[in-house]
Design a protein around this ligand. Structure first.
Ligand code: FES
Length: 77
């Protein structure tokens, strides 16, 4: 799904960078996500949080890390 409409950036693309160990700020610099209208920032941060290397269980258990917008990871993660 497209997370950032302004730059046409998908959740899969963000997840790929997050799984490589990049944080939101690095991904933002690299892709430009949330640098125009900013409406996508919350969703983009959620994708990063769910797929970052610091949460390997979540990264391994989800193929695309494509949770619906606004969805939160369970507290146990
Ligand atoms: S939707 Fe991402 S900056 Fe506008």
């Amino acid at each position: 799904m497209i997370v950032c409409v302004c730059h046409r950036i998908s959740d899969r693309e963000i997840a790929r960078y997050a799984r490589a160990g990049m944080g939101f700020d690095e991904i933002q610099l690299e892709l430009g996500v949330a640098t125009r209208c900013g409406q996508c920032e919350g969703c983009a941060r959620d994708v990063v949080a769910q797929c970052s290397a610091s949460h390997p269980v979540a990264a391994l258990s989800r193929d695309d890390c494509g949770a619906p917008a606004g969805a939160q990871a369970p507290a146990s993660l």
